[in-house]
Design a protein around this ligand. Structure first.
Ligand code: 5AD
Ligand code: SF4
Length: 470
């Protein structure tokens, strides 16, 4: 049994990590033919991308995927720790699995991902969730085949969670869940240690993939007919800093833009590392989408400092304006937390003022959630939950107003949209514009999924817009 340790998870050093290729024990291939698995994924795009690899590895073992957990021999939760509700959902699901195990004692139940990296969670699983057979973390995802095999072969529980990052593994198998849009990891982990955030503990230090490996993956996606990639990292702007002296996110973006991939998006960008080079490259290349996610978290300098965000409201706005001025037609989205410890009404008003200034095209708004072991958790000036909820509601009213106001300006305009699907009921296609707006649209001719078509906007709503193909 190997359990995580928070102190070790928080430690950082310049230890070199190796890049190694994924291998699977030949004896395990197809060993589980005839067996089924159920996988549920919580959380961010990084987790979704990890799950695409988990699925591929399980299929190598011979498992077949089922949608109904009651029909599965192996049940796995790929979990998220970012806020308490993600936690609660996963524990709720484990409760349902427990019932199933009572009638089907041979099933194997597993939990992986960010929650597995938390000492408290592992202790809870050990004590009160004895029916969970397998726990592994974010640093040994590639070991899934042998861990699953051990869990099926042994009665003993398999708990293997590394506190520190391991070698970086390339050539991992993947079965992508979408035929036209793909995620491409460029950097793992985070060294920013914003005081509220658990990610630096659960995902380890920043480790960039080699540029050759990334470009090879993008080239193969182009060959396979993919139309859009989203470059992923907890903080993509830190790309290359741990690996190269003169090759960073701007350079990588430019090299990716030079491939034939029609659409490039990236997330998430910390305002701290957003360079002029990046802005110039985004402005220069048509296949880098003019849509930037730039989390602000708060509009109060006092709170930004307590959050350890490394920028002020003024420097954020300077960057915001630079991006707006240099990238034609760019849309900007953000993340905001309300109710961080010490946030007084005036601080919250500063956040509202900032939103009134930035008029974001999209915003993900959150109630501050205490994460065990993070520095913010020790702050004394805790904001009562009713106040947090009230602020969230007031903030949402303001952000929603601007979504609609911005969308109104699109009436009559023509936007390029990637055709992603069709809704059965109304024969209406849907997809996203270059600026990341969800568009529902009609067409006189039948369209191919994966095409990029020009859509004239005829009606707008808060969270989506309607149109017809030109
Ligand atoms: N409480 C609430 N929101 C959080 N986020 C990260 N940690 C927390 C937390 N402890 C939000 C931030 C981040 C987004 C991914 O989740 O806004 O940008
Ligand atoms: Fe968390 Fe993002 Fe801050 Fe990293 S940069 S600590 S992932 S909020």
């Amino acid at each position: 049994m190997l359990l995580p340790d928070k102190k070790e998870e928080a430690s950082r050093d310049k230890r070199k990590y190796k890049t190694i290729d994924y291998t699977i024990d030949k004896k395990l291939i197809d060993k589980y033919k005839g067996k089924t698995f159920y996988l549920k994924t919580y959380g961010c795009q990084m987790n979704e991308r990890d799950s695409e690899t988990l699925v591929a590895m399980l299929k190598q073992l011979g498992f077949e995927e089922v949608e109904d957990y009651k029909k599965a021999d192996f049940l796995l939760l790929n979990t998220c720790s970012i806020r308490e509700n993600a936690h609660n959902k996963a524990f709720g699901m484990l409760g349902r699995f427990k019932h199933l195990k009572e009638t089907k004692p041979d099933i194997v139940i597993g939990l992986c991902g960010c929650m597995a990296q938390e000492t408290g969670v592992c202790e809870e699983l050990l004590k009160n969730y004895k029916f969970v057979n397998l726990v592994f973390g974010t640093h040994n995802l590639d070991k899934l085949p042998e861990l699953v095999d051990k869990a099926f072969e042994n009665d003993e529980r398999q708990i293997e969670v590394f506190s520190r990052e391991q070698d970086l593994v390339e050539e991992l198998p993947v079965i992508r869940s979408n035929k036209y849009k793909a995620y491409v990891n460029i950097i793992y982990g985070c060294d920013k240690f914003c005081t509220y955030c658990i990610v630096p503990y659960t995902r380890g230090r920043e480790r960039s993939r080699k540029k050759e490996d990334i470009l090879k993956e993008v080239d193969s996606l182009v060959k396979d007919g993919y139309k859009e990639i989203t470059i992923l990292g907890q903080n993509v702007n830190a790309y290359g800093k741990d690996l190269y002296d003169d090759y960073f996110m701007g350079e990588l973006l430019e090299d990716i833009a030079k491939t034939k991939i029609p659409r490039i998006r990236f997330m998430t960008s910390h305002p701290w590392d957003f360079t002029d080079k990046m802005i110039d490259v985004i402005a220069k290349y048509d296949n880098i989408m003019p849509s930037v996610h730039l989390p602000v978290q708060s509009g109060s300098n006092k709170i930004l400092k307590l959050m350890g965000r490394r920028y002020t409201k003024e420097s954020y706005l300077e960057l915001f304006n630079k991006i707006k001025n240099k990238i034609p037609g760019v849309t900007i989205s953000t993340d905001i937390i309300v109710g961080f410890p010490g946030e007084e009404e005036e601080d919250f008003q500063e956040t509202i003022d900032l939103v009134n200034y930035c008029k974001y095209d999209n915003a993900f708004t959150f109630i501050y959630s205490e994460r065990e072991g993070t520095p913010a958790c020790r702050l004394k000036e805790v904001i009562p939950m009713e106040v947090r909820e009230d602020r969230l509601q007031r903030l949402n009213e303001v952000v929603n107003k601007y979504f609609l106001e911005n969308n109104n300006k699109l009436l009559g305009k023509v936007l390029p949209v990637l055709v992603e699907g069709i809704s059965d009921k109304k024969n209406i296609y849907y997809g996203y514009s270059d600026t990341n707006k969800l568009v529902n649209f009609t067409s006189d001719k039948e369209l191919n999924f994966g095409d990029i078509v020009d859509v004239e906007i005829t009606e707008v709503h808060t969270w989506s817009i309607d149109g017809r193909v030109k």
